[in-house]
Structure formats: C-alpha cells, structure tokens
Design a protein around this ligand. Sequence first.
Ligand SMILES: [Zn+2]
Length: 249
Amino acid sequence: MTIYTFLKSSPCPLQRGTFPPTSQKTTTINYLNYIDIHTHTYYQDLETTLILNVFPNEQDKLQLPAYFSIGLHPWYVYEKSWEQLVDQVRSAACDNKILAIGESGLDKAIANSYEIQRLAFIMQLVIAETLKKPLIIHCVRSYSEMLAIRKKSDQSVPWIFHWFNADEQISRELIRKNCFLSFGHMLFTEQSKAFGVFRSMPLDYVFFETDDAGYTIQEVYERAAGIRKSSVADLKAKILDNFGRCFKR
Ligand SMILES: [Zn+2]
C-alpha cells in the first residue's frame, strides 16, 4: 500500500471566484495495487483504485465508493444544452472525490459541431486549470488540434489521453507537453498504433484503463507486462508512481 498526501482546497475556488485558494489543509488517501484510470462501469475490487467516469446527468454515481472524473463528452455536445451541462460540470467539480475533469475532448468521427465541441472542451480545460485537476481526454482524429491547444496556452495540469491510439511522433510530442497516455483494449490488437507506441515508450507517462471495452484491469496489466517483458508487480509500482506525479497538487 502506498500513501499519497494531497492538498485539499477549501472552499472551492470556482465557487468563491478567486484563485489560488487562501486556506489549504491536507488529507490522506490510500491507494492500492492496480489503477484503472478510466472506466464507465463501477466495480468492486479491493486491489484496484478506479476513476469512474461520470457524465453531468449521472451524478447519482457520485455516491459510490470510488474516485471520479466528471465531464461533458463530445458525443453529448449539443447546441441547445452544452453550456448548461458544462455549468453542471463546473458546480460538481470541486468535490474532493472528483480527481479529474473529463472525459472531454474532440471527435471528428461524429456529426456534432466541431466548433461547439471545441468551445465545450476549452471551457472544461479552464475548470481543470482553475482547480488544478488533470483532464481526461477523448480524442478521435484530433491529435494535431489537441497539440495546438496544448502548445498555445500556458497549461500546468497534466492531460491523460484515454484510449490513446496515434503514432510515435505524436506520443513523443504529447509526453514532452506533460501528457499521459492511457492504454487498454488496443494492446490486444498488434496492428494498432497504440500497440506499436506502447512497445517502446517511456513508462513514466503510461496509465491503464478498462473504459467499457470488456477486459479487466488485471488482464490489461498482464498483457502490458507481456508486451514489455516486464512483471505485473513492476508495472503496478510504476503506474502507482505515475499516479502520484499526475495527481499531486
Ligand atoms: Zn470512456
């Protein structure tokens, strides 16, 4: 078991309207072996710390004994409702059980307006930066746009590209910009870009996830250990260390 100490801000800077918070106190959270950085389905496993994704209309999930990310997914960005839904993200985001904002991002494979997707993403980026919470990113055919946004503004919070599936050059550029890459079911497809990148990338910027893809987090770690000719125990230690770096405030 590893113990990380987090700084907890009180009251929430978004609600108070000033930043940084003037009063801070420490709270201690314990983390166990496996880390599932992104799942849509709650499951109980004493050996796993999971970050359960919550959409704005799913806030009853926040009662579950887990950690969370909350965000407006680009699939649900509609002209009439997106601003209200981002407001809901903003007012929920201060909760200390919510470790990250997202999944949020850009997706060129859907019909929703790309410009509105971009606005919704930027607004959630501001929430993440204000609260100093990492951002979990959904990115489909939009890596160059993401890199451009990341390069343009002065952002300090790490971004976690969930379901990462791009080439090595993009992975290197993202890592240089303090972004983490999360791998899951794509590791089971040897022809995927994700598989090719994962084989040789620095493990300092890796996370693993189940998303909703049908593999358990144990299966993903075992697969990853096989690809890297490493042990699951070594990977657990590495990912735990990454988690501490990424979520340290
Ligand atoms: Zn997801």
